[in-house]
Design a protein around this ligand. Structure first.
Ligand SMILES: *Cc1c(COP(=O)(O)O)cnc(C)c1O
Length: 378
């Protein structure tokens, strides 16, 4: 068995490149770790990072975790949810897995064609007496229709947990994205716009829930001889927190650089008939440009997304088909007979390519990539 298949040894331009802070900045924090000899278990850097995150996200409570997935899985557990959870299949495996691993049943709602987030107009038709929560995804960091989701959840007494894995630093109408819903999970994986190597956090409002989550993240341990919950281990260690503290200092400038890349793609590609990019549901969304999804309409172009992908990879440009296949099409869910008609999600998952985007990506390379795409398509 080979375990090294995730290390890509091809040479070329990849869809992303992890952001590292200047090494000396990280070393300064490492000195603190060597001074205290505290490596994990909610140490001083964890606490410093937690405070800065709470301020940055502008939320009452925030808990860092070892990764985004565990944060999401344990949040569902902390709410004690049992039943149907309305979500979307146009996402990373983690979203659906977190629901199913909690013994809940995913009910797949379709997405909007313009922004790939949950189609709020289709949620109510999926609500039954078994529905306990809505778990929408701010996919690519593009906000869901948070107002409409809140209205529906209130009306039907449902919990709202956002998979905000992509949405760090995003705001809607001047309000931090983390303020919506009962809880939001952010991922700080190396490939995300903001990273702590691996890592994540949950932003919350309710103190009791935060305490429950805090316990579940540490095996449900309450005291040396008291274990009250069937928890897991989801603690963020001091080395991750140090990386977070360093990267947070550079996040704003990184987003600025990503924005330049994104806007150049937009300018050069959307003039092609049959090629489109995202449009958020409101004009006052501040994006983080975590991804650069581009949609290729085969009916207009006479060429499929897959041949564009093959062409680019033959030129050592490595885009990704995020998100294809839909999670509902995965081998492990295909035969689950999960409810929900997701025609739009299916259609866009066959049109999308996420193109390379990261702060240091040279604008000359972006022009080259766009040139190749244009030359191939027209
Ligand atoms: C990355 C990601 C996660 C999981 O985050 P990890 O930090 O990698 O565990 C969850 N949901 C979505 C949509 C993601 O892209």
């Amino acid at each position: 068995m080979k375990f090294d298949k995730y290390i890509d040894e091809r040479k070329g331009i990849f869809v992303t490149k992890p952001s590292l802070p200047p090494l000396d900045e990280y070393v300064e924090y490492l000195k603190k770790v060597w001074d205290t000899n505290i490596l994990t278990n909610f140490g001083p850097l964890h606490e410093e990072f937690r405070e800065r995150l709470t301020k940055f996200l502008d939320v009452p409570l925030c808990l860092p975790s070892c990764n985004g997935h565990m944060a999401l899985e344990l949040t569902i557990q902390a709410f004690g949810l049992k039943g149907e959870v309305i979500t979307t299949p146009y996402t990373f495996a983690s979203t659906t897995h977190a629901i199913v691993r909690n013994g809940c049943t995913p009910v797949f709602c379709d997405v909007n064609e313009n922004d790939c987030t949950i189609d709020a107009n289709k949620i109510e038709a999926l609500i039954t007496d078994k529905t306990v929560a809505i778990l929408p995804v701010h996919v690519y960091g593009i906000p869901c229709n948070v107002e409409e989701i809140e209205r529906i959840a209130k009306k039907h007494g449902l919990v709202v947990i956002y998979d905000a894995a992509h949405a760090f630093g995003v705001s809607v109408g001047g309000k931090s994205i983390a303020k919506f819903g009962d809880a939001s999970m952010f991922s700080f994986h190396a490939t995300k716009a903001f990273n702590t190597i691996e890592g994540g956090c949950v932003a919350l409002k309710d103190m009791n829930l935060a305490l429950k989550l805090f316990q579940l993240a540490n095996f449900g341990i309450m005291g040396e001889e008291v274990v009250t919950g069937i928890g897991a281990n989801a603690k963020m260690n001091e080395f991750q927190a140090a990386m977070g503290l360093c990267n947070l200092d550079h996040f704003a400038e990184n987003v600025e650089m990503r924005k330049k890349v994104y806007e150049l793609y937009e300018k050069m590609l959307t003039s092609i008939n049959g090629v489109r990019m995202l449009k958020p549901y409101r004009d006052d969304v501040v994006m983080n440009y975590a991804y650069c999804p581009v949609f290729f309409d085969e009916k207009i172009l006479g060429k499929t997304r897959d041949v564009v992908y093959d062409y680019l990879t033959s030129k050592n440009i490595y885009p990704r088909k995020y998100f294809f296949p839909l999670t509902s099409e995965f081998e492990c869910y295909r035969n689950g007979n999960y409810k929900g008609n997701t025609e739009v999600a299916k259609k866009i998952s066959r049109q999308v390519l996420t193109l390379p985007i990261y702060p240091e990506l040279d604008l000359k390379d972006v022009k080259t990539i766009c040139g190749l795409i244009k030359e191939f398509l027209v």
